[in-house]
Design a protein around this ligand. Structure first.
Ligand code: ADP
Ligand code: MG
Length: 613
């Protein structure tokens, strides 16, 4: 080690020299070519820049063995073909002024040179007007052969044995399945951004996706993201401050636990920028809990001189000259699509009272009223300040509250457990259509029924897990669930664990699963929402390489949340039961995610506040 250090210091100190072309390209490759998906991205961008109307992609063994992209674009003559693999060789910009208004996807002129330096590379290209095409063979950056060849007009690039000469990089490649997910994500991203262009994806000699040319955005969205229901999406169409916004945003109800399904394009280029994520979140405002991310397909168009795409070699990161304006436009567009400003409030997550099926969506500012048969307690006016939400009168005889005899009424619970937060309690009602108000022996308690329900389910399930006796409930009708490629991979990896936990789940080919049973605790969850949330949990847990028992806990947490979310509004007896069950849990004061279930104000505190003490 010491010797090696000395030696390199010696070499570095001796003299300065310009790196050879081959070495420089390999260094650049380190930035541009991270994994097979980055190669695919650059090649598809080149095909698009070449004006192709059909692009065919082929990958073998997660892209390690082969990534090939052929297009019917403008093609190149022999001289251009030779130049194209040189570093800083580009036909797309000439001078600094061009850099200010980039209209092509490429411009740095380094992708082909970089890719060719870390793989076995073959380029076949012909201009429509030429009789003969050219073929170039390069291996690890060294040109092996240049010859005339017969080929159709357009360009085909084949990249074999990626990183064959960079063992350090090869080691960082993930499993074939993971690399495939990334490759498919790139394909989907560009397929979505260019509905007019026909695209084919072949994986290991099987044609996986065939996108017809001349499609509309909606057709493409349906082809590529069939796991999203059209009813869950809202169109975006907005113009503000020089920014045009189109696309679709999903209702908050189908949000995700990560940003994996946020597709944002700036002038046709897949783009990311902190300001964009923030603006999208702001657009959803309070409709999403902090740990959920919306699904969006957003296309921004603005004057190219107001966007800087030359921030990073991968060109994904963008900077805006006036981020404030972009932020406002995105937020307004999202809000308008969700009609937050127009009047219609889409279903929010975690609402105790979901809009009953078939009813009109509620107007902005109106919380849906609890149907009488459900929870016959009056919601005080303050709960929906300023609105005319109808009050449900208390129904004598149906109330389980027995104030004079708290220990014997159905609404009261006498509990022996030492950890119980109260010895007895009296349920007074529900406010804001949500919080349960209770009197206990020493004060006033407010309970969030969602958080409480999650806690109860969680402990019940974990108790079964620790005893190894998990109750599983067969579904009346097995459900098939299609997931995104990324989510599907995560589930596949943990199928055995999930089965052990009482999930009756099997692969059904492609990214589809069949669910025929759920742990009894979670039977109210929608299989689709449950699987999507589990995939997200498994992704983050997988990154940390969590032990199985931690995974079990996280799976249980996610499942509780999904089960509670899907639950219909609670009936009075259910709330009653919930209060009793919560009192019996080991940790009644928080939900499994750490949110409080109860807020307690003692009589002493009240007395202080009323200056009685
Ligand atoms: P950039 O795209 O940034 O210009 P690349 O290294 O990706 O740099 O490509 C270098 C040049 O090779 C391009 O500017 C273009 O002229 C040419 N080229 C690359 N791919 C194609 C293609 N599929 N069809 C036509 N020309 C291409
Ligand atoms: Mg390029």
């Amino acid at each position: 080690m010491d010797n090696a250090l000395k030696k390199s210091a010696f070499v570095a100190g001796k003299s300065i020299h310009i790196l050879s072309e081959v070495v420089a390209n390999k260094i650049a490759a380190g930035e541009v070519v991270e994994r097979p998906a980055s190669v695919l991205k650059e090649l598809i961008e080149n095909a698009l820049d070449a004006g192709a109307t059909q692009i065919d992609v082929q990958v073998v063994y997660g892209g390690r063995r082969l990534i090939s992209v052929s297009d019917n674009g403008c093609g190149m003559g022999r001289d251009d073909a030779l130049l194209s693999v040189e570093r800083h060789a580009t036909s797309k910009i000439r001078d600094l002024a061009d850099l200010e208004r980039i209209a092509t996807l490429g411009f740095r002129g380094e992708a082909l040179a970089a890719i060719a330096s870390v793989a076995r590379f073959r380029l076949l290209t012909r201009r429509g007007s030429d009789l003969m095409g050219s073929e170039l063979l390069i291996s690890g950056g060294k040109i092996q052969e240049v010859r005339d060849t017969g080929c159709p007009p357009g360009t085909a690039v084949e990249v074999r044995d990626l990183f064959f000469n960079v063992p350090a990089r090869r080691k960082f490649l993930r499993s074939e399945q993971t690399e495939l997910v990334h490759l498919r994500q790139v394909f989907m991203t560009y397929g979505l951004a260019h509905p007019a262009i026909g695209m084919k994806l072949t994986i290991d000699d099987r044609l996986i996706t065939n996108l017809a040319p001349g499609a509309t955005l909606e057709e493409r969205r349906r082809d590529l993201f069939s796991f999203l229901a059209p009813a869950d999406l809202r169109p975006v169409n907005h113009f503000r401050g020089g920014v045009r916004l189109t696309g679709q945003v999903a209702l908050p109800a189908v949000s995700r636990a990560d940003r994996a399904e946020q597709y944002v394009f700036v002038n046709g280029r897949p783009a990311s920028a902190a300001v964009l994520s923030a603006a999208i979140r702001e657009g959803y405002h309070t409709l999403l809990p902090r740990d959920r991310y919306p699904i969006v397909f957003l296309f921004l168009e603005l004057d190219p001189t107001l966007v800087d795409v030359n921030v990073h070699p991968t060109k994904r990161e963008v900077r805006f000259h006036s981020p404030g304006q972009v932020r406002e436009a995105v937020t307004a567009a999202v809000r308008e699509a969700l009609a937050l400003e127009g009047g219609f409030v889409p279903q929010t997550i975690g609402q105790l009272v979901p809009t009953p099926a078939g009813e009109h969506p509620p107007l902005a500012g109106f919380a849906p009223a609890a149907p009488e048969r459900r929870f016959p307690y009056p919601a005080p006016r303050g709960a929906n300040a300023g609105t005319a939400a109808p009050l449900t009168p208390p129904m004598p005889g149906t109330s389980a509250v027995a104030p004079e005899a708290p220990a014997s009424g159905a609404g009261a619970a006498r509990l022996g457990a030492p950890a119980a937060p109260w010895a007895w309690c009296r349920i007074l009602g529900q406010i804001g259509n949500l919080y349960v108000v209770m009197e206990t022996e020493d004060g006033l308690a407010l309970m969030d029924p969602h958080a409480a329900h999650e806690r109860v389910l969680y402990e019940r399930f974990m108790a079964q897990v620790s005893k190894g006796q998990i109750e599983s409930q067969l579904l009346l009708v097995p459900e098939t669930v299609e997931l995104s490629p990324h989510d599907a991979l995560q589930l596949c990896r943990h199928l055995e664990l999930l089965k052990r936990l009482g999930f009756g789940i099997a692969e059904f080919g492609g990214d589809t699963f069949v669910v025929d049973a759920l742990p009894r605790c979670f039977q109210s969850a929608s299989a689709k929402a449950l699987l999507t949330d589990l995939a997200a949990i498994l992704t983050t847990a997988g990154e940390k390489r969590s032990a199985d028992h931690l995974l079990e806990e996280q799976i249980a947490q996610a499942a509780c949340k999904a089960a509670v979310k899907a639950q219909e509004q609670l009936t009075l007896p259910e709330i009653d039961e919930l209060v009793k069950q919560l009192a019996r849990t080991e940790m009644p004061y928080t939900c499994p995610h750490g949110r409080p279930t109860l807020i307690h104000t003692s009589f002493q505190e009240l007395a202080k506040k009323f200056a009685r003490q």
